[in-house]
Ligand binder design. Structure first.
Ligand code: ATP
Length: 135
């Protein structure tokens, strides 16, 4: 069994899609082991997105992720990293995510793509330490 970090970003929370995302995680058979609605400190956002520090959109990304409450979750199950990324769909909600995925069903723009899921087991352990240091 494996763990992954899931975020419902501020756009997903403000649009009332928290229940939808949690429901899909549960229906898939994945297990919620931590769940918290919280405001994101800039330092947490910087650590979380450190790999994008040199990208042109880094500042916008930090502004966005700190713009309102985020639902942070640790999700567990067999191949949880890949399983959640499949539920989320590709990064671009129109060009990459297909209908039936969270982004494909509810998203329109890359910057407002509703959810985050760790991209590897190594990223997952790194991100879980940032968001849930007590776990
Ligand atoms: P996440 O890490 O949030 O799950 P991802 O792994 O699918 O997304 P990355 O390429 O790691 O995608 O990009 C991280 C996040 O940065 C994206 O989810 C998106 O919100 C934002 N992003 C990516 N590309 C752009 C862009 N061109 N303009 C604005 N924001 C972008």
């Amino acid at each position: 069994s494996e763990r992954t970090l899931v975020l419902v970003k501020p756009d997903g929370v403000s649009r009332g899609l928290v229940g939808e995302v949690i429901s899909r995680i549960e229906r898939k058979g994945l297990k919620l082991v931590a769940l918290e609605l919280r405001n994101v400190e800039r330092s947490v956002a910087e650590q979380h997105y450190a790999e994008h520090a040199e990208r042109s959109f880094f500042g916008d990304l930090l502004d966005f992720i700190t713009s309102g409450p985020v639902l942070a979750a640790v999700v567990e199950g067999p191949r949880a990293v890949t399983a959640f990324r499949q539920l989320a769909g590709g990064t671009d909600p129109v060009e990459k995510a297909t209908p039936g995925t969270i982004r494909g069903d509810f998203g329109l723009e890359v910057q407002y793509n509703l959810v985050h899921g760790s991209d590897s087991t190594e990223s997952a352990e790194r991100e879980i330490k940032i968001w849930f240091p007590e776990l």
